[in-house]
Design a protein. Sequence first.
Length: 189
Amino acid sequence: MTVLTYQRVRRKQLLREAEGYLDLATVLADRWPLPAGLRDGLAQRALDTLSGLQSANGCKGMVAYLRGQALRIMERYPDAITALERAAELDPSNIHIWLALGWCYKRTGRLDMAIQSLEEALSIDANQAIVYYNLACYWSLAQSPQHALDYLDRAFQMDSAYRSLATTEPDFDPIRDHPRFQELTGAAV
């Protein structure tokens, strides 16, 4: 095995290892969230693993993305935004980067930037219901019911599973009493 082949294989191994730590921290988080210390410990392990790859050519975008994801998991949103913005510069066609950026911007009170990030995601792939659903959430929080309901309608058309999520999603509290929201979700009028 040549040195270059070994280095390439080792980079892949380290990327997979970091992804594995992040998967462990998030895979069941919706139903059974990990205690913060355990969650942050796994994210830190991912960061430690990635530290040896910062200057690795050919995977800088992925390293920045995974770093941003680890920081997001640790709820270090401003730091995550910095890493994810770098990832977006290096790999602007990765829709997952734009989704993560939107998620972090929302949590730092920058709904304008969250919306802008997801609009960028739509320009890359307009066939992802999650993008429409999250845009509906962000527009609802931004007090723009018409935009929120249009995006929510589109998300439901693409994936009806989002209908049940919307009924309990706190982001829709500002528009929950809107007749069109009730019509879309099937809530009692």
